[in-house]
Design a protein around this ligand. Structure first.
Ligand SMILES: C[S@@+](CC[C@H](N)C(=O)[O-])C[C@H]1O[C@@H](n2cnc3c(N)ncnc32)[C@H](O)[C@@H]1O
Length: 604
């Protein structure tokens, strides 16, 4: 495999103006055995949770059925909307669901690409640019399509959006802000589509039935919502309150209500391999409540048979078996974060305190906040905190005496992560400098690969390494990326359950990297043979790539659906597996031939 595809697969992300990852893809369920990572020499901490993967009893009270008044037609008959104590409406399954089954597959009401991706993904089907390239709208010169078919599909709404985009650009104070943010374009599309379909249409009713937190808004939200309201009015060219009426808004209060519904119910739109490429609104899937131990995840596998008309098809997947009458729950926030950070994010954006088991039960050690035993006995300890800085290894009971140093490393690590993330797009070299320096500091503080902020820093570093691959790939650059990806994958394996889409994608990335042709294998370059090193070289590397991809395939058919064979990413993995089988076959033949040649030479 050439490495060009690696780079194109990870085009750097813009820091989005509106980040509200209801579909935050990093989310665990049960804790899993780190031994399941196929990478030798890189282990996560011991598992401390349930590893059975069997349905668990729900930790919430599911109350009466809610009448849906003919809305949410895409909900299959085995799903029901019910009231859940302290959580509003939720989705309940009446039948047992197997891990890997698609619970809901539907096209979102609205999809919008982030500004960075406008010229590399189609604004209608949200697929990546075809080989022939994308075609730009000649009027606004902002949105791009696969072809005239996608353009025609989008035209009923884009014709008004196009004028709004041009209006915005003409009054922009600088070229940097000539394109409205994804949030403004998304809100604009909601209002323009409501106008187009009619305020009494099911489409509009579903939008208006989404939950709003207008009456319990956080002070920080009031400010940002007001700002958004001003921008939206400018974008749509609304000159006075009376002009709001055709959009079904009778007052400025209605506008704030719309923005609150948008903020509470927006999903991240992702590519088939989970790269965040925009935002979307899907009222039926938004009925799913949150858990930090979700039994469902949201993906866009892109496996429909008529991609242009049907895509982007959003799938709510069962990522473990779900029992009858159990609530279907997805994760709204990154659940590789420790409890305090998850709770803060949920409170700020969604105005609730999570009471899932992961947030309420006391764990001996949470892998998100774990460090290796100071005596390196193989056990782990909780990282010290300001409140509790006396922690001990759960295996040999040795006390952590370097609590202050670990606390310092955690604080500096978080600051560095924030800084590097903010620089990732505009100044990637500086961001890479930070991650390169910080990872050894966090590692020498004995943090495990799954511990925050080391796991997030490792992921960022991997993205930066891939974005910065030299045109002529060197063995060292490739091996560095493989080691970083392996650490990230091992860290994830300690947190996310088997079959979680994020875990499957990380394994697929690692397997594909291991399958890249080695530019100068160390043995050929004169390195001593037989030394245990990671990643290995030659046939051992191909074998590891093969085993990693087999594991990835198993997980992807859960996370991205067994029916579609794991979506496009599952298909790519299968193709690489077939190629590796051939290559490994050739190696085996060559080794056999060499042995036979040697035997024949001895005899003669
Ligand atoms: C996307 S909506 C989910 C559907 C919502 N319950 C409804 O009735 O439309 C998100 C909102 O649901 C509520 N919610 C979701 N998960 C919750 C949970 N685990 N505990 C409490 N409230 C929750 C919060 O009010 C949150 O802002």
């Amino acid at each position: 495999m050439s490495f060009a595809s690696l780079r194109s697969a990870r085009k750097s992300k813009e820091s989005r103006s509106f980040v509200n990852p209801l579909a935050a893809q990093i989310s665990p369920g049960t804790l899993t055995d780190p031994g399941s990572s196929p990478i030798e020499g890189i282990e996560g901490p011991s598992s401390t949770g349930d590893t059975t993967g069997s349905p668990k009893s729900p930790s919430y009270d599911v109350l009466e059925t809610v009448s849906t008044d003919g809305l949410y037609k895409c909900l299959p008959s085995y799903l029901e909307v019910r009231q859940v104590r302290d959580a509003g409406r939720g989705i309940i399954t009446k039948e047992r669901q197997k891990a890997g089954s698609t619970l809901i597959a539907t096209k979102p009401h609205v999809t919008v690409l982030s500004t960075t991706y406008l010229d590399s993904y189609c604004s209608a089907c949200c697929g990546p640019a075809p080989e022939t390239g994308l075609k730009r709208c000649t009027r606004c010169r902002v949105v791009w399509y696969c072809d005239s078919c996608c353009q025609n599909n989008d035209w009923p709404i884009h014709k008004d959006e196009c004028i709004a985009i041009q209006r915005w650009a003409s009054s922009a104070p600088s070229p940097d802000v000539a394109i409205p943010s994804d949030a403004i374009r998304c809100l604009g599309r909601i209002l323009l589509t409501q106008q187009h379909r009619g305020l009494d249409s099911i489409w509009s009713k579903e939008i208006n039935a989404m939950q709003s937190h207008r009456s319990s808004m956080q002070p920080s939200a009031v400010e940002s919502h007001t700002h958004m309201a001003h921008s939206l009015v400018r974008y749509l060219g609304i000159a006075n309150p009376a002009e709001l009426a055709p959009f079904g808004l009778n007052s400025a209060g209605n506008l704030v209500d719309l923005i609150s519904r948008f903020a509470t119910n927006t999903f991240t739109l992702t590519s088939f391999s989970l790269t965040p490429i925009g935002i979307c609104i899907c009222p039926s899937i938004a009925l799913a409540n949150h858990s930090c131990e979700p039994n469902a995840a949201i993906v866009f596998p892109r496996s429909s048979s008529l991609p242009q008309a049907q895509e982007p098809l959003m799938h709510l997947m069962a990522i473990r078996d779900i029992a009858p009458n159990e609530q279907v729950v997805a994760a709204y926030v990154d659940v590789t974060l420790p409890r305090e950070l998850r709770q803060k994010a949920l409170q700020e954006t969604y105005s609730f305190t999570c009471k899932c088991k992961l947030c309420t039960k006391r764990m001996a050690v949470d892998p998100r906040a774990a460090m290796w035993c100071p005596k390196l006995c193989g056990g782990i300890c909780p990282v010290p905190t300001e409140e509790d800085n006396l922690t001990r290894c759960t295996k040999c009971n040795t006390a952590v005496t370097s609590a202050d140093a670990v606390l310092d490393a955690l604080r500096v690590g978080q600051e560095a992560l924030d800084k590097a993330s903010s620089l990732q797009i505009k100044e990637p070299a500086k961001a890479k400098h930070i991650t390169t320096n910080m990872i050894p500091i966090l590692t020498s503080a004995n943090l495990t690969p799954s511990c925050h902020p080391l796991l997030a820093m490792t992921r960022l570093h991997q993205e930066l390494l891939i974005a910065d691959l030299p045109t002529s790939l060197t063995q060292q650059a490739l091996d560095d990326i493989i080691r970083t990806t392996a650490k990230y994958s091992a860290g994830l394996s300690s947190i996310l359950p088997e079959g979680h889409p994020v875990r499957g994608v990380a394994l697929a990335e690692l397997g594909k990297l291991l399958a890249v042709d080695e530019p100068s294998p160390p043995e050929i370059a004169g390195m001593p043979r037989g030394q245990a090193r990671f990643p290995p070289s030659g046939p051992a590397r191909l074998k590891l790539a093969y085993e990693t991809l087999l594991k990835a395939r198993e997980e992807l058919v859960i996370g991205f659906g067994a029916d579609g064979g794991g979506g496009i990413i599952g298909k790519e993995v299968r193709e690489t597996i077939v190629r590796l089988e051939k290559e490994l076959g050739v190696w085996t033949h060559r080794v056999k031939d060499a042995i036979e040649d040697a035997r024949a030479a001895k005899k003669s």
